[in-house]
Structure formats: C-alpha cells, structure tokens
Ligand binder design. Structure first.
Ligand SMILES: NC(=O)C1=CN([C@@H]2O[C@H](COP(=O)(O)OP(=O)(O)OC[C@H]3O[C@@H](n4cnc5c(N)ncnc54)[C@H](OP(=O)(O)O)[C@@H]3O)[C@@H](O)[C@H]2O)C=CC1
Ligand SMILES: CCCCCCCCCCCCCCCC(=O)[C@@H](N)CO
Length: 326
C-alpha cells in the first residue's frame, strides 16, 4: 500500500520542479556566449578605474581593445600601463561623449565594434537643494546622453555582417545607485536609472540583430573617481552607501566581463548586489532559468529584507538630522 506521506512529498517536489522546467522552456531571450578573444572591444572611460581594469582584462584575454576618454594624457598613461601589464597595445581615442560628432569620428576610425562597453561616468554627490543645476546637467549629459551618443554612433557598424561575426554586446555601466535611490544622488541616480530604461528598450530593438545588452551594477568601487567623490560626499551618502561593501576595480571588471560573456542582462557584482537585483527584477529579461527560478521563489522574502533596509536608512537620516540641527 502506498504511503500517503510519500505521495505528499512527491507532490511537494513536483511543484518546484515543474516551475523550473516551465521557466527553462520560456526564458527569453535565450542565453548565448559572447566571445572576447580576437574581437574588437571598445570601452569608454577606459583610461581610469573600472574602465581601465576592463581594458586590461580584455586585452589579456586576446581582444583588440580601444579606449575612449577626454584626456589624451590619461589615455596615453593607461595605454602604457596596459602594455606593461599585458604586452598588448590598445588604441586610444580622445573625445568627450557629450560631443556626438567627435564620438562618431572616433568610432569610425576604430572600426566595427563587437563588444561596446559604455562605462564613462561622473558623480558629484550633493543634496539637490545645495547642488547647482549645472552639476545636475553635467551628470545627466555625461552618464545618460553620453550613452545615447555612443550607442547611436556605434550601432550601424555593429549590425553590419553580424551573422558572419558572431553575437555582439552592448554593456552599460550603471551602479547600485541605479537600482535604488540614495541620499545625495538625485541627479546621479536619475542618470543611472535612465540607463535601465534605455537598456530594456534597446534589448528588444537589437535582439533580432544578435546584439545582447548587459547592465552592470557595481557597489562603491576603489577608483580615482571614488577618491575624488569622497572629498565632498555628504556623510549620509557615505553611511547609506556603506550598506553594500566596497570592491576593487579589478573585481568589478571581472564580474562585468563574465556577465557580458554569458549575455546576462542584469549583472550584479557582489552578494548585496544579487539581493538588490532580485528585489528590483521587475520586467527585465532574465536569460538564466535558474536565476529566474530564484527570483520567482525568493522575491517575497527579499522584499521583506528590502523594507528592513529602508527602515534602517530612515533611522540613520533621523538620527543624523537630530544631531546636526541646531
Ligand atoms: N567607483 C565607484 O564607486 C562606482 C562607479 N560606477 C560607475 O562606473 C563607471 C566608472 O567609474 P570609475 O572607474 O570610478 O570612474 P573614474 O572617474 O575613475 O574614471 C572615469 C572615466 O570616464 C572618463 N570620462 C569621464 N567623463 C567623460 C566624458 N565626458 N567623455 C568621455 N570620457 C569621460 C574618464 O576620463 P577623462 O576624465 O579623461 O574623460 C575616465 O576614463 C562610471 O560610470 C561610474 O558611474 C558605478 C558604481 C560605483
Ligand atoms: C534587498 C536587499 C538589498 C540589500 C543591499 C542594498 C545596498 C544598497 C547600497 C547602495 C549603494 C550605492 C553605491 C553607489 C556607488 C556609486 O555609484 C558611486 N561610488 C559613484 O558615485
């Protein structure tokens, strides 16, 4: 005689397994591998911090690498550093991403791109009430409009002969502050949230051309940019941002590159980032059926954890305000 407990157990196992199988059937777009070796990787903001680490890793994996930034001096220094570390020469392009004509010229000179990494970014933290609109516009222009300029300039040649050249990637460097708004980051968070809208819509437009979009979400990362930022970061910004541990530029570059290679749409960089990505999954594509399963099962409990973070942040703001109000 069959044990009824066993029957319950079988049912209990059957439910998650069938959800898993269902997700395996339906996740779209399907994951693809995006090779790096012998391909043209073009990195904006490639002369410093995360971009420089990405350029170095891509070069050491056998890619043909181009880097773009404003200062030619910093580009030449980066080129030298990459040559020393890898023995590989990268091509450098001095242009401001806010200048569409300059960017178009650079992209034409560099030749058709297989992997475009839009990584340039500026961050000037400040309460909106105290921040000038010039700084607000600066961040939106460089971080968001700069991404539009780069993609518009690169896309036509990226699409050309794609079927002979294999799958391509457009990766955008967002930030955890592009998944949750943080005190002192009104303009910065808006620019980075903006990249998400751009990326979700763009992925639908270019999937038929075998182009795969990735959005990367690093926490605080030890770079020259962060050193500058820290000189004027409001205390509360630092307190709240410390909710996610800091990373090294090399670690972020490694996570980013492996996310790009596996064509992941959302690329978190650490464990808090993974929780954050599940909490904010929304209607983004998820190419991994395993991650899709984790999202389906864990979203409720992670929302609970997210509300605890909000509670904690609000408490920090209250305490800080009490202490600093005369
Ligand atoms: N460091 C951090 O804590 C985090 C950073 N990020 C994001 O990662 C990206 C890289 O940050 P990070 O490595 O710290 O930055 P850095 O400040 O160290 O480097 C920024 C790079 O972007 C270039 N750049 C800046 N403005 C422009 C422009 N208008 N046109 C072309 N290039 C430009 C810089 O060169 P030049 O000045 O010569 O133009 C430099 O190469 C940014 O998008 C940032 O928002 C995300 C999360 C955390
Ligand atoms: C559901 C559970 C969630 C748990 C984790 C939440 C952690 C959020 C921390 C956000 C930190 C934002 C840092 C931005 C860094 C950056 O972009 C700058 N250094 C550049 O300006």
């Amino acid at each position: 005689m069959a044990d009824p407990n066993l029957a319950y157990l079988a049912l209990l196992l059957l439910l998650p397994l069938s959800i898993l199988f269902f997700l395996y059937l339906i996740v779209r777009p399907r994951p693809v591998r995006i090779p790096i070796k012998n391909r043209h990787v073009f990195i904006t903001g490639g002369s410093s911090g995360i971009g420089l680490a990405l350029a170095q890793q891509a070069a050491s994996e056998g890619a043909r690498v181009s880097i773009l930034a404003r200062s030619l001096d910093k580009l030449e220094d980066a080129k030298q550093a990459i040559r020393l570390a890898t023995g590989v020469d990268v091509a450098v392009f001095a242009a401001d991403v806010r200048d569409y004509d300059a960017v178009t010229k650079a992209v034409e000179e560099a030749g058709p791109i297989d992997v475009l990494i839009v990584n340039q970014g500026v961050f000037v933290p400040q309460e909106l009430e105290r921040q000038g609109l010039d700084e607000v516009k600066f961040m939106v222009d460089v971080n968001l409009i700069g991404a539009f300029n780069m993609i518009k300039a690169a896309l036509p040649a990226m699409k050309l002969n794609r079927s002979d050249r294999g799958p391509a990637s457009i990766a955008l460097m967002s930030s955890q502050a592009g998944q949750v708004g943080i005190y002192g980051y009104t303009a910065y968070s808006a620019s980075k949230f903006g990249l998400r809208g751009l990326a979700e819509a763009l992925q639908q437009e270019v999937i038929a051309d075998d182009i795969h979009v990735s959005l990367i979400f690093p926490p605080d990362t030890d770079t020259p940019g962060l050193v500058e930022e820290n000189k004027r970061r409001p205390q509360l910004t630092a307190i709240i941002a410390a909710s996610s541990g800091a990373m090294k530029a090399d670690e972020v570059a490694m996570k980013a590159l492996s996310g790009i290679k596996s064509s992941s749409f959302i690329v978190p960089c650490n464990f808090d980032g993974l929780l954050l990505s599940i909490a904010t999954a929304g209607l983004s594509p998820q190419r991994s059926f395993l991650m899709a399963f984790v999202e389906v099962v864990a979203t409720g409990i992670i929302r609970f954890v997210a509300l605890c973070y909000q509670w904690n942040w609000c408490r920090s703001i209250e305490k800080w305000t009490l202490k600093n109000r005369t």
